[in-house]
Write a protein that binds this ligand. Structure first.
Ligand SMILES: Cc1cc2nc3c(=O)[nH]c(=O)nc-3n(C[C@H](O)[C@H](O)[C@H](O)COP(=O)(O)OP(=O)(O)OC[C@H]3O[C@@H](n4cnc5c(N)ncnc54)[C@H](O)[C@@H]3O)c2cc1C
Length: 179
């Protein structure tokens, strides 16, 4: 559907023998190693979502400045201003959550809840921002003439991979209830 520069395939390792010197970690300990990569991965998807949403917002802003309807620039309509204000506010909130998670990871913290919150909020804010920017482009938002059509497709998977957002909610709730 999107992110077409990144190939996605299933890998299978039937009867695959790995020399002992090539073993990563200890035998049987792979699951813990895989889990330890999740924090940085979730922060990364949060960052990726910020990039997509920022690109959509700048594209929408440029289009709204240029496009005239009923003798006015789109930016003269209060509805457009409200949409842009909501996008900027939600994106700034997402930035703060992603930066907090990144800071904690840099400090060696596992930041389990914080990386999940950053991924959850940034990807959902991204979805809302990109959707509004497609709307702001009118019919052009649905055509390949403008970047928002690609960004819309690229953004959708961020709520699915690196742990679906339902799983992020489970993680956040588990951490909250543990305390
Ligand atoms: C483009 C792309 C790239 C990917 N790249 C990678 C990669 O590099 N490495 C990798 O390992 N994987 C990768 N994946 C796989 C991705 O991480 C999984 O698709 C994702 O984690 C969801 O798992 P699933 O597809 O098995 O869905 P399922 O687990 O079958 O989930 C289906 C639905 O049920 C919900 N659900 C499942 N369990 C629960 C529960 N306990 N409570 C509430 N709701 C639940 C899910 O949230 C989802 O909505 C990629 C996927 C895509 C689409």
């Amino acid at each position: 559907m999107g992110q077409r520069a990144s190939g996605t395939v299933a890998l299978s390792f039937d009867e695959c023998r790995v020399p002992a010197e090539n073993l990563v970690g200890r035998r049987g300990g792979g699951y813990a190693i895989a889990l330890s990569a999740l924090g940085a991965g979730r922060g990364g998807i949060g960052g990726l979502s910020l990039g997509l949403a920022e690109a959509a917002l700048s594209s929408g802003l440029a289009y709204a400045r240029e496009r005239r309807a009923f003798g006015k620039s789109l930016t003269d309509f209060q509805n457009t201003q409200f949409v842009l204000a909501d996008c900027r506010t939600e994106l700034d909130a997402a930035w703060l959550l992603v930066m907090r998670a990144a800071r904690l990871l840099d400090d060696g913290d596992k930041a389990v809840a914080e990386t999940s919150m950053a991924k959850l909020f940034a990807t959902e804010a991204c979805g809302r921002v990109v959707d509004r920017m497609v709307q702001l482009h009118g019919g052009y938002g649905y055509s390949r003439d403008y970047a928002v059509e690609r960004i819309y497709r690229d953004a959708r998977v961020t709520r699915i991979y690196e742990g679906t957002n339902e799983i992020q909610r489970l993680v956040i709730a588990r951490e909250l209830l543990r305390g």
